[in-house]
Design a protein around this ligand. Structure first.
Ligand SMILES: Cc1cc2nc3c(=O)[nH]c(=O)nc-3n(C[C@H](O)[C@H](O)[C@H](O)COP(=O)(O)OP(=O)(O)OC[C@H]3O[C@@H](n4cnc5c(N)ncnc54)[C@H](O)[C@@H]3O)c2cc1C
Length: 265
């Protein structure tokens, strides 16, 4: 790890001012991805601006239509929230499946989606549920937020403040875990919003993506059989020591079918 300076931001404005002053500074949320990258010297920010004590960035609110979760809300808080469990049980379940206890007690929603690891779980929830990402500057639709591997629509100096998840009619998330890290080898969120059906896949490609063919089939008939024979092409999917692209493509169909089954229970 290279040397860096550290400071706690008082509020979002203060954090934004810090980023404006030093373009190479980085925000510190739960540190579960950033600190690991710094230890490996893959990232060397000269300054860390800690969001940890900004209370306006924490908490969960539900108004019957949307569940709004502050960017600094920890995965464990989302998993344990009675509001989330009641309104969007699939989201509470997804959060409960992230990493291990330490990761869930430190990692945050904002950090996870800003980092946009190709195998992260939250991108599937944000896109699958058709959420809106709110920053200190604007609101960004889920479909426009995730741009590519570790890449998002965030501008330099932009800070995620919360994510608003519309409450679906029914939804479920199923993931096939990488057994050591518990990141998603493939994870699929299926959501019946009441107006349409959304299917979002994480872990399989460089970035979360939707499977329109499955969405259309489920829109006609919301049943496991509707997706059982829909295959995604393996071209361009991730291939590594854990799973080939072909295997990941196969898992997309299997996880989508299981997610539909779970959503119907
Ligand atoms: C062993 C291990 C297992 C894991 N398993 C899983 C898993 O199964 N599923 C999964 O999804 N994830 C997993 N993770 C990742 C975990 O969820 C992290 O919490 C997450 O990737 C980063 O969140 P963080 O709050 O720790 O962010 P940090 O590491 O603090 O920050 C990550 C990046 O986001 C930026 N950032 C942070 N907050 C904001 C904000 N509000 N606005 C703009 N930019 C911001 C930072 O500057 C940094 O670039 C795992 C991590 C570890 C170490």
């Amino acid at each position: 790890m290279y040397a860096f300076t550290y400071r706690k931001a008082k509020d979002v404005k203060d954090a934004a001012a810090g980023l404006a002053k030093n373009a190479d500074a980085k925000l510190l949320a739960g540190g579960q991805s950033l600190i690991a990258a710094m230890k490996l010297r893959l990232s060397a920010p000269p300054e860390l601006i800690d969001l940890g004590t900004i209370s306006e960035l924490r908490g969960i609110k539900s108004d019957g239509k949307n569940v709004v979760i502050g960017a600094m809300t920890r995965h464990a808080e989302v998993a344990a929230s009675t509001d989330v469990k009641k309104a969007i049980p699939a989201l509470a379940y997804l959060a409960s499946q992230i990493g291990d206890r330490m990761v869930r007690n430190m990692g945050t929603l904002g950090g996870a989606i800003a980092h946009n690891d190709p195998a992260a779980d939250y991108p599937a929830a944000v896109v699958g549920l058709g959420a809106t990402v709110e920053t200190n500057k604007r609101k960004i639709d889920a479909d426009a937020f995730f741009k590519g591997i570790y890449e998002t629509a965030l501008d330099p100096g932009e800070i995620i403040t919360s994510v608003s998840f519309p409450i679906p009619k029914r939804a479920a998330y199923m993931k096939f875990k990488q057994p050591a890290s518990r990141f998603a080898m493939v994870g699929v969120m299926v959501a019946d919003t009441g107006k349409d059906v959304r299917v979002a896949v994480t872990g399989a490609g460089p970035c979360v993506f939707r499977v329109k063919e499955m969405e259309q089939a489920l829109g006609k008939k919301f049943a496991p059989d509707s997706v059982a024979n829909i295959k995604v092409p393996d071209k361009g999917l991730n291939s590594d020591i854990h799973a080939s692209a072909e295997y990941r493509a196969h898992l997309v169909t299997v996880m989508a079918k299981r997610a539909v089954e779970a959503a119907l229970k």
